[in-house]
Design a protein around this ligand. Structure first.
Ligand code: ANZ
Ligand code: ZN
Length: 832
């Protein structure tokens, strides 16, 4: 009869429909069962899925399916990170509302994902632009406002003129806007900030607990971003003035070597310092030049160090040295105190500065067994050593001197320990339309007033018309901003800034646990059951931004009493990129392979299989047309194998380990291969998701099936072995290529879904070989081989060895002195 041609189009849609109809992937909270929460970072609904998505979600899907078969209650949800700029730009272009574009894209992308057969519980789908979602975010935000975790401040912020909005520090990459690459400017604006710096220490410390579960690289990036720096704040008197200047230093041990001071151009003392100085205007010009310089350039290591003398001096608190005060281009106002004690002998930037302006250098740290010479130094000495030229601290190891000097200065109130972080508070205000409104109003009488919780959500107007230049229409829309003050009832104006879209993605993983709940943000029972996410999967580009914010949000929601959870993602996998011809697929390079075209040509299973087979998940993957061809051929090969065996297999369900039937040696070989495959696939799945080698193992089993099937179909025991091996191959392959496995599973006679069977355990017994091949040596020389039963003990092996004809031949006329048995390997007979 035959199965006909392998036609993925037909069978894939059929099984997708079956899964949907049966609700195969629906899950509920069930405390009687162990849970597993697998999550892929949700996509922005740009309209089209790309190969990066296919890879990300295929990896997640295999994990979900495998864990489900292992008996876990698996939650695998999907949703949309739906606010953001492209929707506005598209709306401007097409003269529509961003919502229209966004929801249409969501529909398209949902059907593209469905076409790939991913095992999502679609009932939990979330779109962050839905007021039913962001309503809860507005509720959180108001709680944070009450607590002071959200606050307003005027400060220089990053501004992108192209995007017409401010950006968080995390969204400025090498001085450019992360979205459009426009050089970011600094603007003084009043904005809303989240006090993430309050959590700097906890965010840093709990990275320790993630060691081994998150990639080291991500942990290192977060650690650097938080940038904790332990040191001291030291006070310097200004000559001829009552005032002092404080510096932040990580090297108080070098204080005797401080020979001048550098302050930032924006330092508030600059005007006072230059008072009465003949060259004051020159300093002002320099300050003007530096403050208008690109901030990114200013903090780069390659920056040519430049400065100007202010005419003022300060006094080194330890040795009374008069230190000239300079304004220097590399000192930034946003870090520490905006002033640096310069130690040119031991700090490279100060060294370059001192050489350029001919300022004195003083060595105060000396390496063991070497004497530094200021004249001959070509760079600063920044390694450890012992103190010299430091009066009573001489000879002290410099690490020890750090504390000793700070303690000494503390007595006179001139120094104290201090800690600085690189992390800055998170600016969440955006001057864009397509984002969640910040739920506050401004009243002339009452000031900033939160919108009462019963009036939430504050929704975006549906009749908004986008401005051509990208400026948000909200500040022009009376029907939106005009309101009454909830406190005094007087006229008030709504906040027209919206929130950074990273706020929505900071808590969506929590909402999946109760996505349709209407009377509260979370259902605590479900939340406690499902969280944390057991396996999170996404791109390395989110190593800082999203992952840091999500960790922060989890902690503040915990502190608000919403959850009992401190870290959201127990394990993190960052998948590699999909490359074509060695570079990342991108429109501009013209090397994009469209997933839809591949699915059309080869089917979802072959596309998934190729992506999973081509490379381990965390490594980059090179797209190859031959590769996907190969995957397609392999699926055809299984298809034909099962077709060929149709009607010739033992009845299904009776194929485990047939009691009472003695297996022939070929049947045993197949059974061994089958169980070895289960062993290998299970361990590859368990350890770091090495799907590529798991697939290779199934391919080997299929080869073995091909080579033994004709021999085995004619006997009862052979049929059993074949039947069992085919079933196992389908089960083992089903997480990667689920549709074809469902189809063939049914064709060999099963009724249910292969997606619902239990993951098999391999049988230790089946792995054992019956006979072992043993090498025979006489006096260390190989003289032959013999085969012994695997169960044979040492005595039996010895006896069989000395009786072997080759051994007899080589020991003739000699006396056997000793027989050494290396079990499973060799026997050496010593004779003379
Ligand atoms: C004296 C000194 C001597 C320093 C020495 C270093 C080496 P991290 O580790 O990044 O915290 N610094 C402090 N505030 C600064 C600012 N606003 N702009 C530029 N540089 C600033 O670096 C701390 C060190 O960076 C501080 O320690 C200070 O220089 C400088 F042998 O003080 B140090
Ligand atoms: Zn921009």
């Amino acid at each position: 009869m035959g199965f006909g041609k392998y036609n993925p189009d037909q069978i894939e849609e059929k099984w997708q429909k079956t899964w949907t109809d049966k609700g195969t992937f629906h899950v509920e909270t069930d405390e009687s069962r162990p849970k597993y929460y697998v999550l892929e970072m949700f996509p922005y609904p740009s309209g089209k899925i790309h190969m990066g998505h296919v890879r990300n979600y295929s990896i997640g899907d295999v994990v979900a399916r495998y864990k489900r078969m292992q008996g876990f209650n698996v939650m695998h949800p999907m949703g949309w990170d739906a606010f953001g700029l492209p929707a506005e730009n598209a709306a401007i272009k097409n003269k529509t509302h961003p919502a229209e574009w966004t929801y249409a894209n969501i529909d398209d992308m949902r059907s593209q994902l469905s076409r790939l057969g991913f095992s999502y519980d679609w009932r939990r789908e979330i779109a962050t632009c839905n007021p039913k979602y962001y309503k809860w975010e507005q509720e959180f935000i108001l709680k944070f406002l009450e607590k002071g975790l959200l606050y307003r401040k005027k400060s220089p912020v990053n501004w992108c003129e192209t995007c017409h909005t401010v950006l968080a520090n995390e969204q400025v990459e090498d001085g450019l806007c992360w979205r459009c690459d426009t050089p970011v400017e600094q603007k003084e604006l009043e904005q809303w900030f989240m006090r993430i710096t309050d959590y700097a220490d906890e965010l840093l410390e709990s990275l320790e607990d993630l060691k081994g579960s998150w990639p080291d690289r991500v942990l290192a990036m977060q650690k650097n971003w938080i940038g904790k720096s332990v040191g001291a704040e030291l006070k310097f008197e200004i000559e001829g003035s009552e005032e002092t200047i404080s510096v932040f230093t990580t090297r108080p041990d070098t204080l005797y070597g401080a020979t001048f001071m550098s302050v930032a151009a924006e330092h508030p003392m600059v005007e006072k310092l230059i008072e009465g100085y003949a060259d004051a205007d020159k300093v002002r010009d320099f300050v003007y030049k530096i403050t208008n310089m690109d901030r990114f350039l200013r903090s780069s290591d390659d920056l040519e160090k430049e400065g100007i003398f202010t005419g003022a001096y300060c006094i080194n608190p330890l040795n009374g040295r008069r230190m000239p005060i300079y304004v220097a281009n590399f000192v930034l106002m946003g870090y520490g105190t905006g002033a640096v004690m310069a130690v040119p002998a031991h700090d490279q930037r100060d060294f370059e500065f001192a050489r350029k302006y001919d300022l004195p250098m003083q060595i105060v740290i000396s390496p063991e067994n070497e004497t530094l010479d200021v004249e001959k130094m070509t760079e600063a000495y920044s390694a450890p050593g012992n103190l010299v030229n430091s009066e009573k601290f001489n000879g002290m190891p410099n690490e020890e001197a750090k504390a000793a000097i700070v303690d000494y200065l503390a007595e006179s109130g001139k120094g104290k320990k201090a800690i600085n972080y690189r992390l800055r508070d998170w600016n969440i205000s955006r001057q864009r339309f397509w984002g969640a409104p910040i739920p506050v109003v401004y009243c002339d009488k009452c000031g900033v007033v939160p919108v009462p919780s019963e009036d939430l959500p504050v929704v975006l107007p549906e009749n908004a018309v986008m401005n051509e230049d990208g400026r948000s229409p909200l500040p022009q829309m009376e029907e939106f901003y005009k309101t009454t003050c909830p406190k005094c009832g007087g006229e008030a104006r709504r906040e027209t800034d919206t929130m950074d879209t990273f706020v929505e993605s900071s808590w969506y993983f929590l909402r999946y646990t109760c996505a349709r709940k209407e009377d509260g943000a979370f259902d605590r029972k479900g939340l406690d059951y499902w969280m944390p996410v057991d396996q999170y999967i996404g791109g390395i580009e989110h190593a800082i931004l999203h992952l840091l914010y999500a960790r922060f949000f989890t902690k503040i929601l915990r502190d608000e009493g919403y959850t009992g959870l401190s870290e959201p993602f127990a394990n993190l996998l960052t998948q590699g990129m999909v490359l074509k011809d060695g570079s990342k697929m991108s429109k501009s390079k013209g090397n994009v392979v469209d997933p839809s075209a591949m699915i059309k040509k080869y089917g979802a299973d072959a596309t998934r299989l190729f992506i999973l087979f081509a490379s381990p998940p965390e490594k980059d993957l090179e797209w190859s047309d031959q590769g996907i061809e190969g995957s397609f051929r392999f699926l055809n090969r299984i298809w034909r194998l099962v077709e060929d065996l149709e009607g010739k297999l033992a009845p299904v369900g009776a194929c485990a380990a047939p009691e009472g039937i003695k297996l022939s040696s070929d049947a045993k070989d197949l059974r061994r291969k089958e169980h070895d495959t289960i062993r290998r696939v299970s361990s590859d799945m368990q350890n770091k998701f090495q799907f590529n080698t798991a697939i290779a193992a199934v391919m080997e089993l299929v080869n073995e099936l091909y080579s033994l099937k004709d021999k085995l179909v004619s006997t009862d025991d052979g049929k059993f072995a074949l039947s069992s091996a085919v079933s196992s191959a389908l089960v083992a392959l089903s997480p990667m290529a689920p549709h074809i496995c469902e189809e063939l599973w049914n064709k060999i006679g099963y009724n249910g879904c292969v997606s619902e069977v239990s993951w098999p355990e391999y049988d230790e017994e089946a792995l054992k070989t019956d006979e072992l091949l043993i090498i025979l040596q006489v006096n260390g020389k190989m003289r032959g081989k013999m085969s012994v039963p695997a169960s044979a003990d040492k005595e039996e092996i010895k006896k069989q060895a000395v009786d072997h004809e080759n051994v007899v031949k080589h020991t003739e006329g000699k006396t056997i002195r000793k027989v050494i048995v290396v079990p499973g390997k060799l026997v050496n007979i010593v004779a003379n």
